[in-house]
Write a protein that binds this ligand. Structure first.
Ligand code: AHG
Ligand code: MN
Ligand code: MN
Ligand code: MN
Length: 324
């Protein structure tokens, strides 16, 4: 399971997936195709994002989602692009998306996989040209092939994820992926239309000096979180907060740090969604040697009860999460 350590920087994502196929749980080729479908959709979303300012696709869509949030046009566009790619690809029987109240059935009842997705993360940053992302999590279904998928397929728990990743549409577009054997990062080469392995075997620095949270909510945070943040300030750590989980997480993964989204008065159970924000990031961080907790237990051990449930999240460098 350490094929990825041997893979040279510069390998394309397609070749990487092909070579790693035997390392994937259930090496049937279907999961490989599914990952290619996600990569394809992300390239289309990358293109849309880069044209947003010219195409009148920034701003509000005038609709809401099940989260009670105003949907941005790019939330809707990204959702359509990912769902279409996963339907057409044929390897996914059902999808849970931040932007859809109910399970989306793809019609591929013979497919073996389900996907939970945050198609566009960091919506509030779209209009101001700041980094945004996509987060995805993949399970093998537990209901019989040939039948319609159910909530049970999505409520298996974080430890049952077989792959997870995110795409960061930043100064470069980057795809970060784990299938349970370490974490790899691929940078999108626009001119080639290919993701190229740029970060082989990403490791979360065990200690760090960056803390990332919405400082405007601090008065609402539990006392021990406030005390921890005071300690970060006393030690002159660096405060950095973009407001896109993907971007904040990625910076801390590279540089060492902790991201915090505690419960607040407005979001008493935390703001972030367990299935398509917390679980996939927790899977990645643990694979990179870091930690993720809701303050009581490891995120991956939190028992899911509903597909859109929220959770507190503290994630990043192991020493910082432990200290908190
Ligand atoms: P989304 O855009 O998918 O709804 O997620 C937004 C999330 C997350 O990306 C970010 O870390 C957090 O909300 C920011 O929340 P605040 O604006 O409350 O800080
Ligand atoms: Mn949203
Ligand atoms: Mn999000
Ligand atoms: Mn989103």
């Amino acid at each position: 399971k350490n094929g990825e350590l041997a893979m040279p920087v510069g390998t394309t994502l397609d070749r990487y997936i092909m070579r790693r196929q035997n390392d994937f749980p259930y090496a049937t080729g279907e999961l490989s195709q599914l990952l290619r479908d996600i990569a394809l959709a992300s390239k289309i979303v990358h293109r849309e994002i880069n044209r947003a300012g010219l195409m009148d696709i920034a701003g509000s869509a005038g609709s809401g989602n099940v989260q009670g949030e105003t949907q941005q046009k790019l939330d809707v566009i990204a959702n359509i692009r990912f769902i279409r790619a996963l339907k057409n690809g044929g390897e996914v029987c059902a999808i849970i998306s931040e932007e859809d109240d109910d399970i989306v059935h793809t019609g591929n009842v013979n497919a073996r996989y389900v996907v939970a997705i945050d198609p566009l993360d960091g919506s509030s940053n779209i209009d101001v040209n700041v980094s945004i992302g996509t987060i995805f999590s993949i399970y093998r279904r537990i209901t019989p092939v040939g039948t319609e998928a159910t909530e049970a397929d999505f409520l298996q728990g974080g430890r049952c994820q077989i792959a997870a990743g995110y795409i960061l549409y930043g100064s470069s577009t980057l795809l970060v992926l784990t299938s349970g054997a370490g974490v790899s990062g691929f940078t999108y080469d626009n001119s080639l239309g290919e993701y190229i392995l740029s970060h082989a075997n990403l490791r979360q620095p065990p200690v760090g000096t960056i803390f990332s949270c919405n400082d405007g909510n601090v008065e609402d945070y539990p006392a021990h979180v406030q005390a921890y943040l005071s300690d970060c300030r006393r030690r002159r750590f660096t405060g950095r907060y973009i407001g896109s989980l993907v971007a904040d997480f990625h910076r801390n993964l590279i540089k060492g740090g902790i991201y915090l989204y505690p419960p607040t008065v407005k979001s008493p159970n935390g703001k972030l969604r367990l299935l398509y924000e917390c679980y996939p990031m927790a899977f990645i961080v643990e694979q990179a040697g870091g930690r993720a907790t809701n303050g009581h237990e490891s995120i991956l051990d939190v028992a899911p009860v509903s597909v859109h449930q929220r959770s507190a999240l503290y994630i990043g460098s192991a020493a910082m999460v432990d200290e908190l």
